[in-house]
Write a protein that binds this ligand. Structure first.
Ligand code: ATP
Length: 378
């Protein structure tokens, strides 16, 4: 349910009354609170309000981050998406999506699903200069938080050696969700010293060979892929490296039963299209086939052994916080996401930061493996 004051705000913003009633009925709009800041998040879309949209009490609206179309046949894909238009190529950084926004006097970090993330919000001013929001209170900075010490992602990109970092990839207007043109974003980021995703420049169809080379290099360097964008941000597409497809499978197979089958199928499909597009054969093909088989099987078999020996399927992750209470807020935040984590260890780093170690247990995957191991017939 949404309180009457928020109802009035949403109606004023143009959410049709009947749609609002339906959404409320099925929990598609949910009210939340973070350190005294009340907000509504959209779990479903409604008339221009994309999934993940957040509305604040003062009427500020931050639209959900839009879906980016994926191409799996790079050459034909870019032909189809961009026709003859030039497009900028940027690194697709492997982390989690945040939208950073100033509401009244607080800079907040929103997750893709529209939660205010306690961890990212506490850390965000380590990476972004507040001056930006003093000058542009109406803009939203969208970027990837990436690194080995992340609450949501198991691994980070190879060049973030410790902790976590923010990489800007979009600037949007509050209310409309309209993106600034690419060059304008590059300029603003430089002006305010905001770290950006790596930029590889302006391409077009005739430079496809360079794009293939770039993908090969990124894959060798264990990086996730590219996002391609027309200068006006009207057409956007992503492409992921074979490395990332296999590595995601490796990470996922550890918790095989907790992921939908589509997680694995999608990545196998993308890898198959890569191998076909590059006409890989012989030894090179065999190497990929072996890597895929190992990625799919090894962590899965390890998890079975773990459970067979009385253990559980679990993941351990660490994050750095300034206040221990932020760690407790993360436990509550994960609970709201339906995920159980607990704090395993707290270490004073002596520089104003604490390193918190969390453990996440996967009860469903553990139960499933235990039963099958114990001989359940089906
Ligand atoms: P989608 O809703 O687009 O299907 P998804 O949740 O499945 O997304 P991905 O397939 O990982 O996510 O790809 C999209 C995400 O990639 C974006 O939401 C963003 O967080 C991330 N990303 C990393 N680098 C960039 C970049 N340079 N430009 C745009 N997005 C980027």
């Amino acid at each position: 349910m949404v309180s009457s004051s928020f109802r009035a705000t949403l109606l004023k913003l143009g959410v049709p009354e009947d749609r609002l009633a339906v959404l409320e009925g099925k929990g598609g709009v949910v009210e939340g609170e973070f350190e005294g800041i009340r907000y509504v998040r959209f779990r479903d879309s409604a008339k221009g309000f994309r999934r993940g949209t957040v509305v604040f009490e003062n009427g500020d609206v931050v639209l959900g981050f839009p879906h980016i179309k994926r191409v799996v046949q790079l050459g034909r894909g870019i032909k189809r998406v961009f026709k003859n238009r030039p497009f900028y190529v940027e690194e697709k950084v492997d982390g989690y999506n945040v939208r950073v926004v100033k509401v009244k006097d607080r800079v907040l970090a929103l997750t893709r699903g529209g939660f205010i993330c306690p961890f990212t919000t506490e850390r965000i001013l380590d990476f972004i200069n507040d001056e930006f929001f003093k000058d542009y209170p109406n803009l939203v900075l969208a970027g990837e938080m990436a690194g080995p010490e992340s609450p949501y992602i198991v691994e980070g990109p190879p060049y973030v050696k410790e902790d976590i970092e923010f990489f800007l990839f979009d600037i949007q207007e509050k209310g409309t969700g309209r993106s600034l043109p690419v060059e304008e974003r590059y300029k603003l980021a430089e002006e305010y010293g905001i770290e950006q995703v790596e930029r590889f420049g302006l391409f077009n169809r005739s430079r496809i060979d360079e794009l293939y080379d770039l993908i090969e290099r990124l894959s060798r360097e264990k990086r996730e892929g590219v996002v391609m964008k027309t200068p006006d941000m009207k057409r956007i597409a992503k492409y992921v490296t074979p490395y990332a497809n296999i590595n995601d499978i490796k990470i996922g197979s550890h918790i095989f039963f907790d992921l939908p089958h589509g997680y694995f199928m999608g990545r196998i499909k993308r890898l198959a299209f890569y191998l076909a597009e590059k006409h890989l054969r012989g030894e090179e093909f065999d190497e990929y086939a072996k890597a895929l088989g190992k990625a799919l099987l090894r962590p899965f078999v390890e998890s079975i052994h773990e459970v067979a020996n009385g253990g559980e399927v679990e993941e351990v992750f660490t994050v750095r916080v300034k206040s221990i209470s932020t760690a407790h807020k993360m436990v509550t935040h994960f609970e709201r996401l339906g995920v159980k984590i607990h704090i395993e260890d707290i270490e004073d780093l002596g520089n104003g930061y604490w390193r918190i170690t969390f453990k996440r247990v996967y009860p469903d995957a553990t139960r499933e493996i235990r039963e099958l191991w114990n001989g359940r017939a089906f």
